[in-house]
Design a protein around this ligand. Structure first.
Ligand SMILES: *Cc1c(COP(=O)(O)O)cnc(C)c1O
Length: 458
């Protein structure tokens, strides 16, 4: 019988993260005056040891023992061959997925929540604030904080807070506190509620609230944590791709195509960046980040300098952005509703190393249900977007009669997202497409920002 899973032993967990900043050129983040900011500008927001990682250009960075000890609760994660799915799609492609749904919170997010909690703890921080969209990041951080004895406060986008009450229960089970955003607890929240009391909220607003709650704590023992987008988050997630590489090596395979869904870019980058290194050095691989067409950051928005949050507390980052004031339509993949994209992922798109794809919500759920009925695991709505592109590529391989090797990231399970499946099965789910006018309106907010340069890394 052919092997279904490739399992690494615990002593094969990677001991170093891969830092893509060693291999690409980037536009610097800019402060309010339009000049590049130094690391010290971020000190009220993040602990200095994480800021050092954010700006480091060392190619390999050691993973601390204490972090490995917690990651080993579920890592190394399995690499699985999707035989039943291949058969259902009648494709000559060999489809592999890295199963990140096996972590305690059910997604890839604790791969960075754990090191972030650890570095905060080592730096003497006692309390971490954050935002969460669908609740995966909030629950991952609550889990990580509980492992290191830190307090955790989560501002959760209101539409998800209402739709997904069990995420809040998960956060509370791990000892975290969760409030709907916008809230009355911060100035950023109060300002928005005054203008628009019925707002569904957005990640941009929740980030503003969480940053404000951290920097306004007079004890100096609170910092903020972000679950995606930033360089150090992409760094921590590379453990996914580094494991996958070892696992494929064991069975003599190498991917032709790599696919991941992308909200802020972290699960995608985590799987893809160790292979992007190979591509920069001459390997031929097609690498596709996938987003919903209802929040078309990579496929329709421009590459600009923009803020990471609605209240403009963050520096200007070079990225694809729908505008920091963008409030996406309420489709069912909370983790993919962010207005921007990781600067590292954005840079690689401008260079043509990554080719973004957009899929509709209905195509995503259709693929997710087929996956559930073949491979047996119910995917998160976010993960369904990656699956829709896997299906497209598997069908293309069939048309071309090619034995392609497709590797994708199974970023999380959907067991807390069953309301979305309910909605899909009862025919209530529909496709949203942004109009050109909505796009142009959302883009007005950065028309006076400085422009990033088009840089070439190769
Ligand atoms: C948060 C989340 C995403 C999107 O975030 P990225 O930073 O782009 O990875 C995707 N899938 C799942 C399961 C998530 O929880």
């Amino acid at each position: 019988m052919e092997m279904k899973k490739v399992i690494l032993s615990e002593d094969e967990i990677p001991r170093k993260w891969y830092n893509i900043l060693a291999d690409i050129k980037m536009n610097p983040p800019l402060g309010p005056d339009g000049n590049p900011i130094g690391p010290e500008a971020l000190a009220p927001v993040f602990p200095m040891n994480l800021i050092e990682q954010e700006v480091s250009s060392e190619r390999w960075i050691d993973i601390p023992e204490e972090v490995l000890r917690v990651l080993s609760i579920w890592r190394p994660s399995p690499l699985v061959r999707a035989f039943a799915l291949e058969k259902a799609l009648d494709t000559p492609a060999r489809i592999y997925y890295k199963n990140e749904s096996v972590s305690p919170p059910g997604s890839h997010k604790p791969n960075t929540a754990v090191p972030q909690a650890y570095y905060n703890k080592v730096f003497g921080i006692e309390r971490i604030t954050t935002e969460t969209g669908a609740g995966q990041w909030g629950s991952a951080l609550a889990f990580a904080c509980s492992q290191f004895g830190l307090e955790c406060k989560v501002f959760m986008v209101r539409v998800s807070f209402d739709q997904k009450p069990y995420r809040k229960s998960m956060m509370e089970a791990w000892g975290g506190k969760c409030v709907p955003s916008p809230s009355m607890e911060t100035k950023a929240g109060r300002d928005i509620l005054e203008k628009d009391p019925d707002t569904p909220g957005s990640l941009g607003i929740a980030i503003s609230e969480a940053i404000e709650a951290a920097v306004s704590d007079e004890t100096g023992k609170t910092r903020y944590s972000l679950g995606s987008v930033l360089n150090h988050v992409m760094l921590h997630q590379t453990i996914i791709g580094l494991e996958a590489k070892k696992q494929l090596e064991k069975i003599g395979e190498y991917p032709d195509i790599i696919i991941g869904c992308a909200g802020g870019g972290s699960n995608f980058a985590g799987l893809a960046f160790p292979f992007v290194y190979d591509k920069i050095n001459g390997k031929e691989i097609d690498i596709y980040p996938v987003e919903p067409v209802a929040c078309p950051t990579m496929t329709m928005a421009p590459f600009v300098y923009d803020h990471g949050d609605t209240a403009k507390y963050t520096p200007l980052l070079p990225m694809y952005s729908l505008g920091h004031a963008f409030v996406p339509p309420p489709f069912h993949a909370g983790g993919l509703r962010y207005h921007g994209m990781a600067p590292t992922v954005s840079q690689l798109i401008t260079e043509g190393i990554l080719e973004p794809k957009g899929v509709t919500q209905l195509a995503a759920f259709e693929a997710g249900v087929t996956f559930t009925r073949t491979e047996g695991i119910i995917p998160a709505p976010e993960t369904n977007h990656a699956l829709a592109t896997v299906f497209d590529e598997a069908r293309k391989a069939k048309e071309e009669g090619k034995e392609k090797v497709i590797l994708f990231n199974f970023s999380g399970h959907g067991l807390i997202d069953l309301a979305a499946y309910d909605n899909y099965f009862s025919g209530g789910l529909k496709n949203y497409v942004l109009t050109q006018e909505e796009m142009l309106n959302s883009e007005k907010v950065f028309k006076d920002h400085p422009k990033p340069q088009l840089l070439k890394s190769r």
